[in-house]
Design a protein around this ligand. Structure first.
Ligand SMILES: O=C(O)C(=O)C[C@H](O)[C@H](O)COP(=O)(O)O
Length: 217
């Protein structure tokens, strides 16, 4: 793929600007994938990060890509170049990582889907800029400096926008969403463990709908 700095930014923005909140989902039971994705996408959260942390993650991404057309499904916890390459065939529309490596930046250049690396420090951010990226996950957001860090990055890195993720919930998200250099906020709070275990899609749908109102909260 012939990515230019501009096409990388545009492709990342198409993902990050599509919803105020990006659910980070860890799916243990394959049969949960489609109803969970529907509960979120039908309630205003179409952009879904499915972490590659469980044996069924790949199949879950493929199922959602096939059966939930209003979802924009991506692969998360992408740690190695091979993870990124294999996600394309599965049907992931984007890939997102909790950090980044030289090997991942190189694989992202060859991948036909947008890749969103993560940074936690100014030096990591500068390596990402060198690789041609201006959209990043900020992870782990709450423990790596939170709101104050995102505000500080705006000075030297005015062209950069973030998806802060890690330790954020419905109470903390609105302050992040007010920052001009925040596109969207990632997190898992709208899928409480008990609700997922109980297949309580109504509760998850209600929490998703609440997420869509956090930008104005
Ligand atoms: O696995 C990845 O790729 C990550 O970047 C980590 C996730 O973003 C966080 O695990 C979500 O954080 P919580 O909302 O605190 O549960």
């Amino acid at each position: 793929m012939n990515w230019t700095n501009a096409s990388r930014r545009t492709a990342a923005d198409a993902i990050l600007d599509a919803a105020p909140i990006m659910p980070v989902l860890t799916i243990e039971r394959l049969e949960d994938a489609v109803p969970l994705a529907r509960a979120l996408a039908d309630n205003g959260l179409p952009v879904l990060e499915i972490t590659l942390r469980t044996p069924v993650a790949r199949e879950a991404i493929a199922l959602i890509a096939r059966e939930v057309p209003n979802a924009i499904v991506g692969a998360g916890t992408v740690l190695r170049a091979d993870d990124l390459r294999s996600m394309v065939d599965v049907g992931a529309r984007f890939a997102i990582a909790p950090g980044c490596t030289d090997a991942l930046y190189a694989a992202a250049d060859d991948a036909p889907i947008p890749f969103i690396p993560a940074i936690a420090t100014a030096s990591e951010l500068m390596r990402g800029l060198d690789a041609g990226h201006v959209r990043f996950k900020f992870f782990p957001a709450e423990s790596a400096g939170g709101i104050a860090a995102v505000k500080s990055f705006a000075g030297p890195f005015g062209q950069v926008k973030f998806c802060p993720t890690g330790g954020i919930d419905a109470a903390k998200a609105p302050a992040y969403l007010k920052l001009p250099n925040v596109s969207t906020v990632g997190g898992s709070w709208m899928v409480p463990r008990a609700a997922l275990d109980a297949r309580d899609w109504a509760t998850i749908g209600r929490l998703a709908a609440e997420c869509t109102r956090l930008r104005d909260a």
